[in-house]
Design a protein around this ligand. Sequence first.
Ligand SMILES: O=c1ccn([C@@H]2O[C@H](COP(=O)(O)O)[C@@H](O)[C@H]2O)c(=O)[nH]1
Length: 233
Amino acid sequence: MNTPIIALDFREYETVKEFLGQFDEKLFVKVGLELYLSNGPKIVEEIRQMGHDIFLDLKLYDIPNTVGKAMEGIGRLDIQMTNVHAQGGTAMMKRAVESFKDGNPDGKLIAVTQLTSMSDEMVAREQQSVLTLTESVVHYSALAQNAGLDGVVASPLEAEIIHEKTHSDFLTVTPGIRLEEDSNDDQVRVVTPEDAKKMKSDYIVVGRSITQAENPVDKYNKIKSIWEGSTVG
Ligand SMILES: O=c1ccn([C@@H]2O[C@H](COP(=O)(O)O)[C@@H](O)[C@H]2O)c(=O)[nH]1
């Protein structure tokens, strides 16, 4: 069972250090735009030195040459996972995978399909899509697989159908995770860790439920034990 990925959506390195200092185990953490843009690549080195694995979530989306060049830089970082937007297309994803794996052959490159903050209605109205949200996620997953990527970011709601339509190692990395007790926010496609497990997500990504909790370590352990199917605290 893959450990839950904690989204470190903080700005300051000091806050990250304080947050991670509460844990006495190796974690898988996500560094997103807020933290990376405020601190630069050194934040990756610092977190790696603390012994944690990193998903660098920059969601690159540009023309193939630009993404390829940016991925050369990302490929030199000591990270376990990074991503692009599948909507950038096959040529862009192929360039991304070539450039990233050249520097980091063991790192995973995945593609965002439809953000978990999007609803069926938003996809229909704002993207003017003739496909439903789920069809669109399946379509982008197929593009990502054919371009040679390792998996996708989607909601657990789509994990099962993605697994049906892709090869057996293709990964589903799924944010939008909330416990029943958590408050509603900008996430639309929200799923509990228990349901994410039933729906066959490979990884869950959890941010504010843990980072904003009164006791982040207790909350992480609670989510982890539900996800792993052991004691539900
Ligand atoms: O579709 C997506 C893609 C990425 N994310 C990121 O995951 C975390 C979720 O944080 P929460 O606080 O648990 O909502 C956040 O960093 C997003 O940028 C996503 O939510 N949905």
